[in-house]
Design a protein around this ligand. Sequence first.
Ligand code: IYR
Length: 218
Amino acid sequence: MYAPLDFVRLQPDEQRDRLRAFYELMSRRRTVRDFSTEPVPLELVELAIATAGTAPSGANVQPWRFVVVQDPEIKQRIREAAEAEERISYERRMPEKWLRRLAALGTDWHKPFLEVAPCLVVVFRVDYEIDVATGEREGTYYATESVGIAVGLLISALHSAGLATLTHNPSPMRFLGEILDRPKNETPFVLLPVGYPAEGAMVPDLARKPLGEILSIR
Ligand code: IYR
């Protein structure tokens, strides 16, 4: 039932140095929309997904599944389906206020990165499991929170290995389950193009909120 915790106590200086280095590494992560076609070794993506799979989860159900897409035909089908939905969203579904927000990012319904990036990682949330013996359904616990934490680890792991990601949510994205033949108990959560940035890639000139704005100490 229990096993001893594997825990290494660090010296205070080392704790601070490690956090500073990790903060500096992570503060250089940017969402990239302009990818190179250069392939990514599958081993790196697998290691990053293994890292994501270490996330805590409700009742340790680990309600995440990852599908890595490299096949150009499947990428093309995903792009076509995503662009069809996104076009309707940008032209008819999204309110003015939202479009004004996105103007700062320069996004529109065109999603070339879905074909250009060498690899797409599609993350699914498992909503329930079926007991093989009884056929009974049991919902997963805190699945959205759990998968969100896992995706945080995934993008951090990929960034630490010098790979760029885009956290992309085409909306609605049910088509991902259909194209990728996923079972009914899985809901698409996020689509991550992964690769190297294109030569001279540009990103929006955004700033992160200062600590004083996001932290309150009581
Ligand atoms: N899913 C659309 C729109 C979009 C929405 C938000 I909120 C963003 O931060 C970025 C884009 C798209 O991918 O273009």
